[in-house]
Ligand binder design. Structure first.
Ligand code: NAD
Length: 381
């Protein structure tokens, strides 16, 4: 089959869904590969690199969409791309099925198959295809780098001939994939790193990475994440108060706060309140990785960097993976390549879209002229 990757058209998107390396692997599965000219340029992959890897470079998006049996891209299709999607074609990309019901229905009506990358089930077997995790890992790393870039001091403490430098104090709220990546980056830069999560089961992981888990003075046990499949649920008012009281105590002391707290299918919880921002030292930095879901800090402005009256920088960028486009493209293209491996069990260039397979079924949102979202719960953990 022909697998084609167009140039992303979303403003500011630098990632690409196929790299010369991933194309070599896709060809080993018996597929032919195509890219639109310039598709990898913003991520550091030139047309010549693709050609050298046996990829056909086509001149226009129209030609690419026409020729490809499978279109692999990063962002959900826009209106023009939806028009190009056709009967019998498979589209693999992020899609936001919950938010974009109309396009999902349109794709099904056309007879296209759509695999939504955010729907890859989060089970062990599917980790190699889990693009939400590979992108969250980059976001967590980059959040710390971005914070450092806007912070006027070292992360690590130093004793120098010119004076003693205290280490920076970093608080990371939410220790999921992005939070853990941020913790690893912060500790490796030498900062004193604190981390908090409503799921107490992550404390051991946090501590093994050299950070200090922030425990609350709270009589009842913290919420049991196991009850919600490893995800957070909404905190009780008492728990939330205890959490806010702890953060109020920490606010004047910490230099950098990175918030990553999310609850699936809900607005992000407010966890860094205006009075905490006001209590921070001038020069402190907040990076709000929940900006796209309303922010963990209400002062966050999505996609912008602001400085408050008391000199606190608040970063609300939502494009951290795109800011590290080479790395993000490499990992995302690998996620797609693994998915294609599962879709090509005989390695003969023929796709077997097996709806009995938990992972393929879970991520497929349109197939056989039907909307196939939401999927049934996975059988295997
Ligand atoms: P996420 O992006 O949904 O949320 C980020 C973190 O914020 C979570 O750790 C959550 O507990 C925390 N949080 C929510 N509300 C909070 C609050 N009020 N205060 C502090 N923290 C709060 O999380 P994620 O990165 O998608 O990971 C969620 C879970 O899924 C984790 O248990 C992770 O290990 C698991 N996971 C499993 C797989 C797999 O098995 N393939 C892959 C990825 C993630």
């Amino acid at each position: 089959m022909k697998i084609g990757t167009p140039k992303e058209i979303f403003q500011g998107e630098n990632r690409v869904a196929m790299t010369p390396d991933s194309a070599l692997q896709l060809q080993k599965l018996g597929h032919e590969c195509l890219v639109e000219t310039g598709a990898g340029a913003a991520a550091g992959f030139a047309d010549a690199d693709y050609t050298a890897a046996g990829v056909e470079v086509v001149k226009t998006a129209a030609a690419l969409w026409k020729a490809a049996d499978v279109v692999a891209k990063v962002r959900a299709p826009d209106t023009a791309e939806m028009k190009r999607l056709r009967d019998g074609q498979t589209l693999i990309s992020f899609f936001s099925p919950v938010a974009d019901e109309a396009n999902m229905k349109k794709a099904a009506d056309k007879g296209a198959t759509v695999v939504a990358m955010e729907m890859i089930p989060r089970i062990s077997r599917a980790q190699k295809m889990d693009a939400l995790s590979s992108m969250a890992n980059i976001a967590g790393y980059r959040a710390v780098i971005e914070a450092g870039n806007n912070f006027g001091r070292f992360f690590t403490g130093q004793i120098t001939a010119a004076g003693k430098v205290p280490p920076a104090k970093v608080l990371i709220v939410g220790a999921g994939v992005a939070g853990l990546a941020a913790i690893g980056t912060s500790t490796s830069l030498g900062a004193i790193t604190y981390a908090f999560d409503v799921r107490p089961e992550v404390a051991e992981q946090v501590e093994s990475m050299g950070a200090e888990f922030v425990y609350l003075d709270f009589e009842e046990e913290q919420q049991d994440g196991a009850a919600t499949g490893g995800y957070a649920s909404v905190s009780s008012p008492e728990f939330r108060e205890a959490q806010l009281a702890k953060f109020r105590e920490m606010a004047p002391e910490v230099d950098i706060v990175i918030t990553t707290a999310l609850i699936p299918n809900r607005e992000a919880p407010e966890i860094w309140t205006a009075d905490m921002v006001a209590a921070m030292k001038p020069g402190s930095v907040i990076v709000d990785l929940a900006a796209e879901k309303g922010g963990n800090c209400k002062q966050t402005v999505m996609d912008e960097k602001i400085v408050t009256e008391n000199g606190v920088t608040i970063i609300g960028y939502t494009d951290f993976p795109s800011r590290m486009a080479t790395q993000a493209s490499t990992l995302y293209a690998t996620n797609i390549r693994h998915l294609m491996t599962d879709l090509t069990p005989e390695k003969d260039g023929v796709i077997n879209h097996n709806m009995e397979d938990d992972v393929i079924r879970g991520a497929t949102i349109a197939h056989g002229k039907e909307v196939t979202f939401p999927p049934p719960p996975p059988k295997v953990a």
